[in-house]
Design a binder for this molecule. Structure first.
Ligand code: 5GP
Ligand code: ZN
Length: 115
């Protein structure tokens, strides 16, 4: 597993920064976004430090698939029954702020504050 000691999400994985976790297994961690813009807004991350979708290769295909298939389970667990939205921001022009790959999953009744 790769870790970047300066990465905020690696620090969450290591337990050095608190987060409201909703799922954890050997490969993935999911937690509530600190600044949600929907009633439910969670981030699903690989525990290993992958910077972004721009760095992903076929070797990560199963890991990315698991991130996607975890999302409907989390939404069900969190009471989201009427649809949800995925976003992955990549790089500067993609408006990525945290340089550790993360899948935004948002749901809950509208209106939302963004999106
Ligand atoms: P990006 O723009 O990189 O796709 O989104 C980064 C997301 O991470 C933002 O929605 C932001 O609110 C969230 N975030 C940034 N720092 C923290 C943190 O320390 N804890 C949690 N739970 N979320 C964070
Ligand atoms: Zn990281």
């Amino acid at each position: 597993m790769h870790t970047d000691p300066n990465c905020i999400f690696c620090k969450i994985v290591a337990g050095q920064i608190p987060a409201r976790k909703v799922h954890e297994d050997d490969e993935l961690l999911a937690f509530h976004d600190i600044a949600p813009w929907a009633p439910v807004h969670v981030l699903i991350i690989p525990k290993t430090h992958i910077v972004s979708m721009a760095e992903v290769t076929d070797a990560e295909a199963a890991l990315l698939g698991r991130m996607m298939t975890l999302s409907p389970k989390l939404m069900r667990d969190l009471g989201v029954t009427n649809g949800f939205r995925h976003i992955i921001n990549t790089g500067v022009d993609g408006a990525q702020e945290v340089m550790h790959l993360h899948l935004h999953v948002m749901g809950g009744p509208r209106p939302w504050s963004k999106g």
